[in-house]
Design a protein around this ligand. Structure first.
Ligand SMILES: Nc1ncnc2c1ncn2[C@@H]1O[C@H](COP(=O)(O)OP(=O)(O)OP(=O)(O)O)[C@@H](O)[C@H]1O
Ligand SMILES: [Mg+2]
Length: 278
């Protein structure tokens, strides 16, 4: 087994502002404090969002269109940096180290905080190479290790049984749901601690959706923190331990999913969950 080393220590946080809040003690891997996002300097898409994410837990981010869910998710692996004129305020901590500084190595961060997108986006390569390619890009050459990792990640993504006899076939020969599980396997092959998913089932039918949901529960049971944006309220109820409700750029309320769904504190959350808007 290849040693990836201490994941937290791979982050190079430069400067004297590094804060060590020792947040891993209680299982929290990542947290944000008063995170806001501005597009084009003036437009505040998100205000003061503070959330904690724990090892092995699934958190659902829900709320009506345009309320800032994707904007928030993209803060957690600094994807917003790729958007011109997007500015993040507040503090984002990964293993107690503040990551929203200029000098953080985003390549390492995005390995440890992987992302699965709305539309399955496999490479135009074989099923095997979709996973092997990323490993090779990370400097891994050991064929036995690559073979083992391809199998392990496809099993973890609950795709192995369906593809084990056609690993050399094109990923484009797979169905939409299988492609999405391949993308999840590709992310898992790099041993992430957190997997971010932005509406991963919105392009899938109910059967493929349930397969992804089982995969989410299975990867969380291995200790990975999963943070999923979903428009599907029933999906949030089925897969998540914690729910955070967003509305108009604010995180209105968060808590255990069972509590949020049965007895929310805020009327706006109750109205959304009752289907009164959104
Ligand atoms: N690249 C961008 N440039 C400028 N404004 C943006 C950009 N991306 C998002 N916004 C704005 O930020 C606000 C929040 O958008 P965001 O995509 O985060 O919402 P969302 O909750 O994910 O919505 P949806 O459910 O429709 O995906 C919206 O008003 C949107 O128009
Ligand atoms: Mg979105």
């Amino acid at each position: 087994m290849m040693n990836f080393g201490s994941k937290a220590s791979k982050l190079e946080v430069v400067g004297d502002k590094v804060a060590d809040l020792n947040v891993t003690v209680d299982g929290t891997i990542m947290r944000t404090k008063d995170v806001g996002v501005r597009y084009n300097e003036t437009y505040k898409a998100l205000r003061d969002v503070s959330l904690n994410f724990d090892r092995g837990q699934v958190t659902a981010l829900i709320g009506p269109s345009g309320c800032g869910k994707s904007t928030y998710l993209r803060c957690l692996n600094l994807m917003n940096r790729e958007i011109p004129h997007c500015h993040i305020d507040g503090e984002i901590y990964f293993h107690g180290k503040q990551i929203n500084f200029k000098d953080v190595n985003v390549y390492d961060l995005r390995t440890q905080v992987g992302m699965v997108f709305q539309t399955p986006n496999p490479f135009r390569k074989s099923i095997y190479d979709n996973i092997a390619f990323g490993l090779k890009k990370h400097g891994i050459k050991d064929k036995a290790y690559i073979d083992e990792t391809v199998e392990r990640s496809l099993k973890q993504a609950a795709l192995w049984d369906e593809v084990k006899d056609k690993l050399k076939k094109s990923a484009y020969a797979l169905s939409g749901g299988q492609r999405q599980r391949l993308c999840i396997a590709r992310t898992l092959s790099l041993n992430p601690e957190i997997v971010l998913m932005d509406e991963p089932c919105s392009a899938l039918d109910p059967i493929a959706t349930r397969a992804i949901e089982r995969t989410i529960l299975s990867i969380a049971s291995r200790g990975i923190a999963v943070i999923i944006v979903t428009h599907n309220i029933e999906q949030a109820r089925r897969v998540s331990d914690k729910t955070a409700y967003f509305y108009l750029g604010e995180m209105v309320e968060t808590g255990d999913t069972s509590k949020i769904f049965t007895n929310p504190d805020d009327q706006r959350t109750a109205d959304y969950l009752d289907g009164r808007f959104g």
